[in-house]
Ligand binder design. Structure first.
Ligand SMILES: [Zn+2]
Length: 207
């Protein structure tokens, strides 16, 4: 691994939108909204066996995934045709996806948030007390108040999906109009089962 010199680090400014001389935030935001026709954010587990989740959700919601990267005349990658973004986190627990949902709404706009928990997930193999105790013993760190207890592991899928649907809905960073869904994904059959859904409120102009 090469260490970067200070000069090289400064040159990265050329790749930062907000560092451009003619930067105008509202204009840049409009350009981003046009670059990707995003509709759906899917939150799922980083377990390699869950890799089929986004394609299964794309089939269920008729989304374009993975779509195509679009380039300009110089070959620069400037846009995508996908309508589905992935947020990949341990257990697919929504607590780790809240900021990504807010940013996705701000830059592209979203209609659906799909939370997917999967069969035989590692997050069902331990308890909140178990991981807290192990961390205390192995790392000497008390993580008992670091994360919301109900978001640490999965004790049963109905509880975890209902909890995560409520958590996303309650977040101030979630747009009011989005529909939120909770599914179980069977890693062996590639099937999705709807467990819970929460339809969004109509958009109120100026509200
Ligand atoms: Zn998992």
């Amino acid at each position: 691994m090469n260490l970067l010199t200070l000069q090289n680090v400064q040159n990265f400014d050329a790749y930062v939108f907000s560092k451009q001389p003619d930067y105008h935030e509202p204009t840049v935001r409009q350009e981003f909204a046009k670059a990707v026709p995003l509709r759906t954010v899917v939150v799922y587990c980083y377990d390699p066996r869950a890799v089929g989740v986004p394609a299964a959700v794309a089939r269920e919601f008729d989304e374009v995934y993975p779509g195509e990267i679009l380039t300009d005349e110089q070959g620069n990658k400037i846009a995508s045709t996908t309508t589905l973004f992935e947020v990949i986190v341990a257990g697919g627990r929504a607590i780790d996806a809240l900021r990504s949902i807010t940013v996705a709404q701000h830059l592209f706009g979203i209609k659906n948030i799909v939370i997917v928990h999967h069969t035989h997930c590692g997050a069902t193999s331990f308890t909140a007390d178990g991981i807290v105790n192990a961390f205390q013993k192995e790392q000497g760190n008390d993580i008992s108040t670091l994360y919301e207890q109900d978001s640490i592991c999965i004790s049963d899928f109905v509880t975890s999906l209902q909890h995560d649907t409520r958590l996303v809905r309650a977040s101030k960073g979630t747009p009011h109009n989005v529909d939120i869904y909770g599914y179980v994904y069977n890693i062996d059959t590639d099937e999705l089962s709807l467990v819970t859904q929460d339809k969004g409120a109509p958009v109120q102009i100026g509200a």
